[in-house]
Design a protein around this ligand. Structure first.
Ligand code: GMT
Length: 385
């Protein structure tokens, strides 16, 4: 792409996948010379140092005794109007439909009403904004309307694109642009000292990374581990935190595996832990893509997962890992054992996992976004001429 753009990125700054993808995308675009403005309520984790071409605008609401909840949508819209005008942005790219797509539509209308410029809006759908939260009656009409009013819409997998059309009346075209990997960060590093500390007697290491929400089925991770542990000496790393962590810890206590399972909480350098893992477990009940699995694969860790949502677009059954029916912990454990007890097979799967992850290299996916930006900007110029 020839023209360098000024892009406003709106996202959740939390450990959730959509925030991670939005941040990594912004960082990647900034490295290529685009000027990137992040607009959100807290500085996303990886933006806390000075970086060329990156700007951060904090949205701060107003606490007033009348409000039980501070109206974030209104504060975000007002901040966006200001940033688009004074930073002269070319494009708004909002991640996670709720409430960002509707807010962006309002911003577009405010700017036009003021006699200002037309700001094209691209909405990227990430998963639960469609599959879980979005279909809730409390949000659905606004989600459908704001997707249809976006100038461009992307979804992170073919599955999510399909399911969005199935569940909503969408007239807009949706383009699937998958999640991606920055291999400068996610590569297998030598962390033998870590490995020794976690598994001093050479035990196998299984890992799970998530936000420990219900959809991640963290109990299934423990149940799979329990079955594998009966056959093969191993340890389990539970990385992340969230509402289901307490229950998972209680389950470990109940089955007497506290010594073998380590709950590490939220970790910034996930890649250093993946570097020592032999297998990654992702038994989710809903997953539009499964970025966590892709990150594991980039670090040469095969994946044992459920076969739902967009996971089969990432984890290839019998090649980069195994897919099992939802909740079938027996099958997941059987597959894990078959890999862990066959070093040659495990090595082949490791190589395959890396090869598959390379298909999602940031250098391949970033130009897809750049080209899409260009296409949307050209067609919105046409619409407004
Ligand atoms: O629930 C999460 O895992 C967080 C959620 C989000 O939107 O913040 O993640 C979704 O977006 C990721 C990045 O696009 C995808 O890789 C995840 O599969 C997706 N999670 C779900 O669909 C449950």
């Amino acid at each position: 792409m020839d023209k360098l753009l000024k892009v406003g990125i709106v996202c959740y700054p939390t450990f959730g996948g959509s925030g991670v993808v939005a941040t990594e995308l912004g960082l990647g675009l900034a490295k290529k010379g685009h000027q990137i403005h992040f607009i959100t309520y807290r500085q996303p984790a990886r933006l806390n140092t000075f970086q060329q071409n990156i700007y951060y605008h904090e949205v701060s609401g107003e606490d007033y005794p009348l409000f039980e909840y501070s109206p974030y949508d209104t504060a975000l819209a007002s901040k966006l109007v200001d940033v688009v005008k004074y930073e002269n942005l070319d494009l708004l790219h909002v991640h996670y439909a709720i409430p960002h797509a509707a807010v962006a539509y309002m911003v577009k209308k405010i700017l036009l009403a003021e006699g200002g410029k037309y700001i094209p809006v691209i909405t990227t759908l990430h998963g639960t904004d469609i599959t879980l939260v979005g279909t809730n009656k409390a949000f659905a009409p606004v989600v459908a309307f704001s997707i249809n009013k976006s100038d461009g819409v992307t979804a992170v997998s073919e599955y999510l694109k399909k399911v969005t059309h199935e569940r909503f009346d969408i007239s807009n075209e949706i383009v699937a642009i998958p999640n991606f990997i920055d291999f400068e960060r996610f590569t297998k590093k030598n962390k033998d000292h870590f490995k020794k500390a976690i598994a001093p007697d050479g035990e196998r290491i299984l890992a799970h990374v998530s936000n420990f929400r219900k959809v991640k089925r963290v109990d299934d991770v423990i149940k799979v581990f329990e079955k594998v542990y009966k056959k093969i000496p191993c340890k389990l790393l539970m990385i992340g935190d969230g509402p289901e962590r307490q229950k998972a810890e209680e389950l470990c206590r109940k089955i007497g595996l506290c010594e073998e399972v380590r709950f590490l909480g939220k970790q910034d350098a996930v890649e250093e832990l993946l570097a020592v893992a032999d297998l990654f477990i992702l038994p989710s009940s809903s997953e539009s893509f499964g970025l966590a699995a892709l990150e594991a694969m980039a670090c040469q860790v095969p994946v044992i997962s459920s076969n739902i949502g967009g996971i089969p677009e990432v984890n290839i059954h019998g090649k980069t890992g195994y897919l099992s029916p939802l909740g079938d912990v027996e099958d997941m454990a059987k597959n894990a054992i078959s890999l862990l007890e066959d070093e040659e097979k495990l090595e082949t799967f490791r190589k395959n996992a890396l090869e598959q992850a390379m298909k999602f290299h940031i250098d391949k996916i970033l130009p897809m976004y750049e080209n899409y930006y260009k296409k949307v900007m050209e067609s919105s110029v046409y619409v407004n001429s």
